[in-house]
Design a protein around this ligand. Sequence first.
Ligand SMILES: *Cc1c(COP(=O)(O)O)cnc(C)c1O
Length: 387
Amino acid sequence: MCVKTADCLNHLAPYLFAQIDKKRDALRDRGIDVISLGIGDPDMPTPSHIVEAMVEAVKNPRNHQYPDYAGSLAYRRACATWMNERFGVGLDPLNEVLALIGSKEGIAHLHTAVVNPGDYVLAPSIGYPVYSGGATLQNAHTFFMPMRAEDGFLADFSAIPEDVISKARIMFIGYPNNPTGAIATEEYFDRAIAFCLEHGILLAHDNAYCDICFDGYRAPSILERPHAKECCIEFFSLSKSYNMTGWRIGFACGNAEAITALGTVKNNLDSGQFTAIQDAAIVALSGPQDCVEDMCRLYQRRRDLVVDALRAIGVECLAPKATIYVWTKVPAGETSESFATKLLEQAHVIVTPGNGYGPDGEGFIRISLTTPDDALLEAVRRIKESM
Ligand SMILES: *Cc1c(COP(=O)(O)O)cnc(C)c1O
């Protein structure tokens, strides 16, 4: 081969769902209707007042030129105002807020801003694959912090070896958690902040699901906690809150040095998000929020459907207080892969095997609540019938 690619590409985690995708395609080729509960992508459209704002913003010639790299001042102000109204967190829009082309982009690039080759990144051992994937692309190591059901899936940083701690640059955590649906306590956030301050580690909190909460629960920002701004950067996304996954818009906020470093990386890699999308996102953040409440009600209803169905077939599971996922143990004698395969072959329903999210995900599956009600009901019926 005459094209030589970077070695780090060979070290990225393999695509664990390849086998399941193959079986799904074989079933579909035989004309079998396969229902996917695998994808974490809202099925409902973006609320119309946001779409209308976009239509107007696209017509504005000022938006046709290069955007402000860090995000328009109006967008960064709207983010800061939202943070203040939602969490009581005060932020300087100029130095403590940065627009992102989706929060995945910012999470991935944070490694470039903070991590040297050979350093360590601390990632939850069940988590969003970008935390460790970004480390691999930076030729850095990942240390997976244990996550156990009996600890409420709060990543355990108490047993990290000294030589790892001394080379660690970022700790990633994210609550409400994808994929476990776990929520964090204030006490946990305080312990994580104290640990990172003691060891000079940047604490990156991924808050993509803060708006998708049930049963009266309201998720916090880690920036509400004392001393958080000394070591924390927090990532927000409009993707899940406003059904805007395709728009690619989010923001990072918190520690000014971390925000500046991430902005410097981005200045050299991208030229910001289309200002019209930022204009529409301002309307999302500052407009009526009843669309968010409607989505929470919808997901809560679907959560109850899925939890009831799983319990009916004897599968142990807790009803999550937040997120768009139900995370559940597989029955005794099954692995993540074998149970996902069984559900696919016998019920023609796709779920995500938990081992795809890291070492401690083995023995679990993730069911996503982003499937339209009728298909979700049908999937639930098939699971009950086949098991
Ligand atoms: C969906 C999701 C995001 C948000 O991604 P965007 O790039 O903003 O669409 C970030 N973190 C986690 C854990 C997610 O599940």
